[in-house]
Design a protein around this ligand. Structure first.
Ligand code: F0G
Length: 411
C-alpha cells in the first residue's frame, strides 16, 4: 500500500472472513440511525472497507447519504420506462468530490502534511478547500485562469484556500502541481491519490443499499480525469469479492465530444496507445480535460464490466441538462452528459428498455448558473462558435406590473 499520493498504485483490501454479507448489511443499516459522526457520514459508515485504523480521527462534513431519484421525464427523453439519478451534487460542497476528499484529507492530517494541494477545474478545489479548513491545514489550489465557474471559485475563496490561477488549461495545472508535490510536506489530493478513490468507492456501497442490493444493469458516469469511474469500478469489484453482490453493473463513461481522449481510446479497437487531447474544448468546464491521470484504472472498470465509452455533443449536453431540470433536479453541465449519453445508447440498442439504469449526477446546478442562464436566454455559444439552439429553453419574461398582464402570461 502506498501511504502518500502513490502514483497509480491501488490500495488492496485484505479479505476479512469476519465480514459476512448479511451482518455487514445489517451493521451499515443500523448505523443510519446512529448519531456517531462516523456513522453520519455516507463514507465512514462503510469503514470496514476503508484503509484506516478504527481509532482514526476523521475530517468530515457529513458527506455522502445523497438521494437516488426517480426521473420520469429524463427517462421518457431517453425512451426508457425508468431511470434513476444518483445526485452526488447534494454533497456538502455541491459535488461528488467530497466523498473522496474526506478520506484524502484525513490521511493528510494523519501524515502531518504542511500543505494540501490540487489542480482542478473547480469542484476538487472547492471540496479540498472546505476539508482543509475543517482540518485546519494550509491549502493551495491551481485552476486554469478564467475557465472556472465563479461559484466554484467563490467557494474556494470563502474556505480560505490560496487560489492560484494558472495561464493554461487543467492539464498544465495538473503537471505543475505534480512537480510541487515532490516536496515531502506537500500532499497532493487529485484523484491519483488512492485515498480519494477509497472514499469515492463507497458511493457504490451506498447506491447498492438504496437499491436494496439489486445490481443495476448499467451505471453511467461522466468522464474527465477519470477518478470517479475508477472509484466505481473498485467499489463494485470489492462488493463482489466480499459476496455482497453477485455481478457488477456495466460501467459506461460519457465524455464531451471536444474533450474525449478516453472515448477515442475505447473506439480504437487495438486499445494500445492512449493519445491525450492537446486542446480539449467543452462548455462543460468540469470535464475540459485532455490528459486524464486515471485512465488506466477507468479502463479496467469499463473493460471488466463490459461497459463502453462514448461522446455527446454540446447541444446534447445542454438539452439533457434542461430535461433533468424538468424532473426538478438541478445538475451542472458535466453531469448531464450522462442523460445525453443514455439517450444515445438506447437509440443505438446498447441499452435495452427492460434494463435498469442509474446515472450519476456529479455536481449541482448552482455550480454553474451562467451556463443555465445562457441556455434559457438562447445565448449559449459552443466552443466552435456555433450557437446552441436549446429545445427546452425557458427564458424569463418581462412583464408590466399589473395583474391583467400577469394573468395573461400565467394563464
Ligand atoms: N463532473 C463534475 C461535476 C466534475 O467536477 C468532474 C471533475 C467530473 C464530472 C469528472 O470526474 O474527473 O473523476 O472523471 N472535476 C475535476 C475537478 C477534474 O477538478 O473538479 P472525473
Amino acid at each position: 500500500m502506498c501511504s502518500r499520493c502513490g502514483g497509480l498504485l491501488d490500495i488492496e483490501r485484505r479479505p476479512d472472513t469476519a465480514d459476512d454479507p448479511s451482518s455487514l448489511r445489517e451493521l451499515w443499516r443500523a448505523r443510519r440511525s446512529s448519531s456517531e459522526p462516523r456513522d453520519r457520514s455516507g463514507v465512514w459508515r462503510f469503514r470496514e472497507f476503508l484503509p484506516f485504523p478504527e481509532d482514526t480521527t476523521i475530517v468530515s462534513l457529513a458527506e455522502g447519504n445523497t438521494p437516488l431519484y426517480d426521473a420520469p421525464r429524463s427517462a421518457d427523453y431517453c425512451h426508457l420506462p425508468q431511470l434513476k439519478l444518483k445526485h452526488q451534487g447534494c454533497n456538502p460542497t455541491g459535488s461528488f468530490k467530497d466523498t473522496g476528499m474526506t478520506a484524502a484529507v484525513t490521511q493528510a492530517r494523519k501524515l502531518g502534511a504542511r500543505l494540501v494541494v490540487c489542480a482542478s477545474t473547480g469542484n476538487t478545489a472547492a471540496s479540498l478547500a472546505a476539508y482543509a479548513a475543517r482540518a485546519d491545514l494550509s491549502c493551495a489550489i491551481m485552476v486554469p485562469g478564467g475557465q472556472v465557474s465563479h461559484a466554484k471559485l467563490a467557494q474556494a475563496l470563502d474556505y480560505g484556500a490560496k487560489v492560484l490561477e494558472i495561464e493554461g488549461n487543467f492539464d498544465t495545472s495538473m503537471n505543475l502541481i505534480r512537480e510541487l508535490a515532490g516536496d515531502p510536506l506537500v500532499y497532493l489530493v487529485n484523484s491519483i491519490n488512492p485515498f480519494r478513490i477509497e472514499g469515492q468507492k463507497t458511493v457504490a456501497f451506498e447506491l447498492m443499499e438504496q437499491l436494496e442490493w439489486r445490481v443495476p444493469d448499467h451505471l453511467v458516469v461522466p468522464g474527465g480525469n477519470l477518478g470517479n469511474s475508477s472509484a466505481f469500478g473498485k467499489g463494485f469489484r470489492e462488493l463482489r469479492a466480499a459476496g455482497l453482490i453477485d455481478r457488477q453493473p456495466k460501467i459506461t463513461v460519457i465524455q464531451a465530444e471536444g474533450a474525449a481522449p478516453f472515448a477515442h481510446f475505447y473506439s480504437d479497437s487495438a486499445h494500445e496507445t492512449f493519445v491525450n487531447e492537446q486542446h480539449p474544448q467543452t462548455l462543460a468546464s468540469a470535464i475540459k480535460i485532455g490528459a486524464p491521470v486515471s485512465w488506466q484504472k477507468a479502463w479496467r472498470a469499463v473493460n471488466e464490466t463490459h461497459g463502453s465509452v462514448i461522446t455527446v455533443t454540446e447541444q446534447q449536453i445542454a438539452d439533457a441538462k434542461a430535461v433533468i431540470g424538468r424532473d426538478g433536479i438541478g445538475c451542472e453541465p458535466a453531469s448531464a452528459t450522462t442523460v445525453a449519453g443514455i439517450k444515445k445508447l438506447v437509440s443505438a440498442g446498447t441499452i435495452n428498455d427492460h434494463e435498469t439504469v442509474v446515472a450519476v449526477l456529479t455536481g449541482h446546478l448552482l455550480k454553474d448558473t451562467d451556463y443555465a442562464m445562457k441556455y434559457h436566454n438562447q445565448t449559449l455559444i459552443a466552443p466552435d462558435n456555433s450557437p446552441i439552439a436549446g429545445a427546452f429553453t425557458n427564458a424569463p419574461i418581462r412583464v408590466k406590473s399589473d395583474l391583467r398582464s400577469i394573468r395573461e402570461i400565467c394563464g
